[in-house]
Design a protein around this ligand. Structure first.
Ligand code: COA
Ligand code: MG
Length: 304
């Protein structure tokens, strides 16, 4: 998923608008963008939206951000929305892998009540919103098959550690926040899940957004969260691999497939290819929406 657009869950108008934004996913928010007095109403609006969302093409994935596990609100959030069958639940302020297991167990109860298959609803987690979550970055791997994406956020972490800003005078993230970003990449790679870059809050500044997107692509993120529909096309463009890169990746995958599972090193256009190139090619193919395992094997790819 390239773009994941946050939408306040108490705004039907914004949810409708977001549906046509071109985002790969919508994050329907029950947490920070909804005041306590509007939580109940937002749960109903989000559940209705998810249940009735037209599956028009291209339909965005629907992710619901619930309230954090220590708020006492999470169970009511899940009870309202799981039966509508969102694609995933986004857990804010995830403190460790144990929180993912905890959430998974709670989702399983609601899935059973709603007659859904166990595991139907996936989990995404914001893992850098507290000092504890950052320090437990290595604990997220292997805890739940539901976990498919790890994302980072800078606003709540600033509040947790007492930082008055997360950026310096030049507008660059300060040390702790770049560490949070890096740990998210590492934890996602360790877990074999997607790494999702944080929001860019200055939603009129498309030049800086594009720069941040290109840095995120370079460093290994597979997508970025957005707060405004205007950010979506910029994010989609940056995270869509170039046609020539996709074509090269397809050639590399074809060569390795033809060479069989024992293949170590191969060559293409006079350059050496080994396993890291294969993994890189798989990544690009997936970003282009292709299933690397389903591509045909060819042993003549270097003679094109
Ligand atoms: N999803 C869907 N529609 C959105 C949207 C969003 N995230 N952000 C803005 N829009 C809509 C507005 O409703 C408006 O529609 P309208 O013309 O039909 O009224 C249009 O896009 C233009 O919006 P604009 O005037 O440029 O911005 P705004 O001042 O109305 O909204 C924010 C600014 C920041 C309040 C808004 O972008 C927002 O709610 N973002 C999401 C916040 C959030 O979920 N935060 C939690 C995670 S960090
Ligand atoms: Mg927050």
């Amino acid at each position: 998923m390239r773009s994941l657009l946050f939408v306040p869950g108490d705004s039907s108008r914004k949810m409708e608008k977001a549906a046509g934004s071109g985002a790969d996913a919508l994050i329907l928010d029950l947490e920070d963008s909804v005041s306590l007095s509007r939580k109940a109403e937002a749960r109903e609006l989000v559940a209705d939206f998810v249940a009735n969302a037209g599956r028009a093409f291209p339909a965005p994935r629907l992710i619901v951000r619930v309230n954090a596990l220590d708020t006492g609100l999470t169970d009511d959030d899940l009870a309202a929305v799981i039966r509508a069958r969102p694609d995933a639940i986004l857990l804010p302020k995830a403190g460790s892998g144990a929180d993912i297991q905890d959430l998974g167990a709670r989702i399983a109860v609601e899935e059973a009540e709603a007659g859904l298959d166990e595991g139907a609803v996936l989990i995404h987690a914001l893992m850098t919103e507290s000092a504890g979550g950052l320090l437990q970055a290595g604990s997220f791997a292997g805890k739940s098959k539901r976990l498919t994406a790890l994302a980072w956020g800078a606003e709540d972490l600033a509040a947790d550690i007492g930082a008055t800003s997360n950026k310096d005078e030049a507008g660059l993230y300060t040390d702790v926040f770049t560490m949070a970003r890096s740990l998210t990449l590492l934890a996602a790679a360790q877990s074999g899940v997607e790494a999702v870059d944080t929001v860019f809050t200055d939603f009129r500044d498309m030049v800086s957004l594009k720069k941040e997107c290109l840095a995120a692509v370079r460093d290994g993120f597979s997508g970025k969260m957005a707060i405004h529909p205007d950010q979506v096309p910029v994010i989609n463009a940056a995270f869509t691999p170039a046609q020539e890169d996709v074509e090269r990746a397809i050639k590399i995958l074809a060569l390795f497939a033809a060479a069989g599972p024992e293949a170590g090193v191969l060559s293409l256009d006079g350059r050496m290819l080994d396993r890291p190139h294969l993994r890189q090619a798989e990544r690009i193919a997936r970003r282009a929406g292709l299933d690397p395992a389903a591509l045909p094997a060819r042993d003549d790819a270097d003679r094109d």
